[in-house]
Design a protein. Sequence first.
Length: 87
Amino acid sequence: MSTQRVDIYTTFTCPYCYRAKRLLDSKGVKYNEFDISMGGPKKQEMLARAPGARTVPQIFIGNHHVGGSDELAALERGGKLDALLAG
């Protein structure tokens, strides 16, 4: 479905991460998942892309910073997620 690149930064035990991925999976969206449980360069990348972000997931669709699972779900409820994914 998605023509936009979708990146999601997660940690291993995060229930909100699972919820966000389940929503994306239900829409057939392919995404790049970056597990930052152990920190490292991908965590630094996430912090650079979303200054001030302290929680996961952090979701990006194209160049748009969606935020977390709640924001992703709000886009879906508002009927705006498909358009964002399509570009």
